[in-house]
Design a protein. Structure first.
Length: 253
């Protein structure tokens, strides 16, 4: 509504996930005109802006991996003729990068398979328990390196980031809105998300039951969040029961 005809492209940051259906787009984006939406084709539409050196990756991973990391984006970001890119999203705990969003939206959400796989493996070998809920992690440092060194090849990027949780009535409400063109915007949102989206337990859980909403969770790839987001609270030998009525496949695409 604000930008009118100046808004020419909307690109959901899918990474390697399947394209959104018309129903999902209508639910998430409301009245935004359907003809504005573009699909991120991570097989065909990705370009490499540069490489984060292996020496840097080795340093941030404490020597666990030493491959270089390709800074990849959908070519629409560089070659689409835009003078402004709005990166809009929610800052939530994430098992690979610590806190989702920020530069992850650009270099993972519109990136290619090599950058996505290598970032996931970096997070895995460094350790999920060391990263969940933290704004400063090895994967985030790699993304920040890419943003600092290769982001200048793109139009100006402005991040619009929200922090959301449920109120006493069980309704989702916005707790914070952070808008800016640098990493401070993400860091402030992450600090609030840590307060809003984490529950610190007074004791370990012996049995946990997780329900995966069928509208959101279609694969074990996403369904594994039921493991990631409970494992730090589960006791040794605990039982985790996952109810997943919508899961029908393993990978996302």
């Amino acid at each position: 509504e604000f930008y009118g005809e100046a808004l020419v492209d909307v690109l959901p940051a899918l990474g390697t996930h399947t394209p959104m259906s018309d129903g999902q787009i209508a639910t998430m984006f409301g009245k935004t005109p359907r003809e504005l939406f573009r699909v991120h084709d991570w097989r065909k539409d990705v370009m490499t802006l540069g490489e984060v050196p292996g020496e840097f990756v080795r340093e941030v991973s404490e020597g666990k991996v030493e491959y270089s990391w390709p800074a990849q984006v959908n070519r629409l970001l560089r070659d689409g003729g835009h003078d402004l890119i709005l990166s809009i999203g929610q800052v939530v705990p994430h098992e690979v990068v610590g806190m989702a969003n920020g530069s992850k939206n650009i270099f993972i959400g519109t990136g290619g398979v090599m950058g996505i796989h290598r970032s996931h493996f970096l997070g895995a070998v460094y350790g999920m328990e060391r990263m969940m809920g933290r704004a400063d992690t090895p994967v985030r440092r790699v993304l920040n390196y890419a943003s600092e060194h290769f982001g200048k090849l793109l139009p100006q990027i402005v991040y619009v980031q929200t922090v959301v949780n449920k109120n006493a009535a069980g309704e989702l409400v916005m707790r914070g809105l952070y808008i800016g063109d640098d990493n401070e915007c993400f860091e402030r949102a992450a600090a609030l998300s840590l307060q809003c989206n984490f529950l610190t337990m007074k004791r370990e859980i012996k049995k946990a039951v997780v329900f995966l909403d069928a509208q959101e969770f279609h694969s074990t790839w996403l369904g594994n969040k039921s493991v990631y987001r409970t494992r730090m609270a589960l006791a040794d030998g605990a039982e985790l029961i996952v109810l997943a009525p919508g899961v029908r496949e393993f990978g996302e695409d």
